[in-house]
Design a protein around this ligand. Structure first.
Ligand SMILES: [Fe+2]
Ligand SMILES: [Fe+2]
Length: 370
């Protein structure tokens, strides 16, 4: 598989893709340049969990290494926050007097993200930048419904940063013992651009809103492997789907293959005097790989926090033990597992790194450096 990915790298040509995109009419789509980035330093960061899979009305404030969590409760006593499988995070970094509001992922359904934003009193008009972590429906299923409700209130000039072309591939789940495929959706980029949003394919690292940065494509350098999940079809059909020539040999076009998540990227911050905050929304390519990529592209080694979905819920026990040990070698101050990380991960991390794990639920607010 490593060889396949290398070959994809060789075949990947941003210029060629840009031409293909132009030919396909993707006029608002840009490919991020491969120029090195200079990572900004922020003073504070607040993260609000808009959608995750659990609610807990008994959740108590916690603190680890100066990172604080507090519960988020519905402003309407008769309407609860809605929890569902999937993830959506509101990121509010601050650098000097400059405050920004970024939305990372959109949960599975528009009802959850829209309802929870209302109940948590989140002002959508303040959201100035959009990010998508990867092309799984539990991270973008709520996107178009969110945009339909809030787009007019948001800034006219709005950009969405996606990791790469295979965000837009058609994906399938393997169902039951027979392995029969069930539809897991295709994100049609025309639907996003029709809502007046500029799409940037950030296959290389980019600085976002002068405060955040993304890792670009994540190298697979350690012991981690993509655990079996979705299947993916590298093809364009009726204008939707992904351009196979961007990654693969032409003869692969149309085949449905196991998902390697070539396009997945992590969203990161450099917090003043603390180090990196790395947010992995699903972590299919490995949470350690994601953190190492953040270190490499930023040149900053100190890891303050690792947060998000680590996709270790389905991990075999011995593999989980090894990955947690590898995370320990990165020596983060705090771990904040969410979404697909798994209860098994939280328990193993608490065992190997006692006192470093913070848990959250839907509605939680996490503050760094404040
Ligand atoms: Fe995922
Ligand atoms: Fe996910």
């Amino acid at each position: 598989m490593a060889g396949d990915i290398k070959r994809r790298d060789v075949l990947k040509a941003s210029a060629a893709f840009a031409a293909a995109a132009a030919a396909g009419g993707f006029s608002c789509l840009e490919v991020a340049s491969a120029a090195p980035i200079e990572v900004p330093t922020i003073d504070k960061l607040s993260v609000r969990v808009l959608v995750d899979s659990a609610s807990d009305i008994f959740f108590k404030p916690q603190e680890v290494s100066g990172v604080r969590t507090e519960p988020g409760r519905s402003a309407d006593g008769k309407r609860p926050l809605h929890s569902e499988w999937g993830l959506s995070l509101l990121l509010e970094p601050q650098r000097g007097d400059d405050k920004r509001t970024l939305l990372l992922d959109y949960g599975w359904t528009p009802e959850a993200i829209n309802g929870n934003m209302e109940l948590l009193r989140v002002d959508a008009s303040k959201i100035d930048t959009l990010i998508l972590s990867h092309g799984h429906f539990d991270h973008w299923g709520g996107m178009l419904g969110f945009l339909d409700k809030h787009r007019d209130a948001m800034p006219a000039d709005l950009t969405m940063y996606c990791g790469g072309e295979d965000n837009f591939c058609h994906r399938f789940n393997r169902a039951g013992a027979t392995g029969e495929l069930s539809d897991f959706g295709v994100l049609d980029r025309r639907e996003i651009m029709a809502r007046r949003i500029k799409l940037v394919l950030a296959e290389t690292p980019v600085v976002i809103a002068g405060q955040a940065f993304t890792t670009g494509k994540i190298k697979r350098s350690g012991i981690e492997r993509v655990l079996p999940n979705t299947m993916v079809e590298f093809a364009m059909k009726d204008g939707a789907g992904c351009n196979a020539s961007h990654y693969l040999r032409a003869e692969m076009e149309g085949k449905i293959v196991p998902d390697e998540h070539i396009h997945e990227h992590a969203t990161c911050f450099n917090l003043k005097d603390k180090g990196l905050v790395v947010i992995s929304s699903c972590g299919h390519v490995g949470i350690v790989n994601s953190v190492r990529q953040a270190q490499e592209v930023s040149g900053i080694q100190k890891i303050h926090a690792i947060m998000g979905g680590f996709h270790l819920g389905p991990a075999p026990a011995d593999y989980l033990t090894q990955v947690v040990a590898e995370i320990g070698k990165l020596n983060p101050d705090v771990l904040i597992p969410m979404h697909c990380s798994g209860l098994n991960f939280t328990q193993e991390a608490q065992k190997q790194m006692p006192g470093k794990v913070l848990t959250t639920t839907t509605g939680s607010r996490i503050t760094f450096g404040a």
